[in-house]
Design a protein around this ligand. Structure first.
Ligand SMILES: [Zn+2]
Length: 224
């Protein structure tokens, strides 16, 4: 049994729409992790990002929208109190703007996958789980699982790295790969091609041991 979660950060408009379509073509839900303030991370291209009208529309189409910060701050570099305030503000904006959003049921995706142990401990009092940098192959979903670790690669195309991580996961008897992606084609940090994504989902659908799931769908398996 293997679970593969492809998690798309930053909400770049064009890529997000294309990603959603590709996942829908495969009968799958995608995971989008977006910044509450709706800003484009400064280190990226000037691609426009979506807004809560789009996030609500995508959610109603079956995709998962999760918080990725109030702004795109590296919380390993901030004072603990400032990080707590930013996350609190982020969860407030989501509660006010994303239909049905409940902090206690969400998974927080750290920008840059960066945090501190103190912040991680506090965050668990606010949310269901969080995603941070580390070994991208997690234990299979189980009760009490609140820390999910991930990797990604950029700023260039990350297809080869992603394929390597998938192969590493499939080489183990079981595992849950959580991989961080951003845009498609030339958009965002560490993109993959849109044709490549479609072919990858085709290929994964043929592997009997593999389920491609959102983070929440995977975590929910521990309750079924
Ligand atoms: Zn990001």
């Amino acid at each position: 049994m293997h679970i593969i979660t492809l998690s798309f950060d930053d909400g770049l408009c064009q890529s997000t729409l294309k990603t959603a379509e590709i996942f829908e073509d495969h009968g799958l839900s995608a995971c989008f992790n977006v910044v509450a303030k709706g800003e484009n991370p400064t280190w990226q291209t000037k691609s426009p990002v979506g807004d809560f009208a789009l996030w609500n529309q995508l959610q109603s189409r079956g995709h998962e929208i999760m918080p990725h910060g109030y702004r795109h701050a590296n919380k390993s570099l901030l004072a603990l109190e400032e990080s707590k305030t930013l996350i609190g503000d982020c969860l407030d904006v989501f509660r006010e703007n994303l239909e049905g959003f409940e902090p206690a049921r969400c998974v927080f995706h750290f920008p840059y996958n960066a945090a501190t142990p103190e912040l991680e401990a506090w965050l668990l009092t606010q949310v269901r789980a969080y995603r941070v940098g580390g070994n991208p192959i997690n234990a299979m979903p189980h009760r009490g699982q609140q820390k999910l670790t991930t990797t990604g690669q950029g700023p260039g195309n990350c297809e080869a790295h992603l394929v390597g991580c998938i192969a590493q996961c499939l080489a183990e008897s079981q595992g849950w790969l959580t991989y961080t992606l951003h845009g498609l084609d030339d958009e965002g940090w560490g993109p993959i091609g849109s044709d490549y994504l479609a072919r990858l989902l085709d290929r994964l659908a043929l592997i009997k041991s593999v389920q491609v799931l959102t983070i929440t769908a995977a975590l929910d398996l521990s309750h079924s």
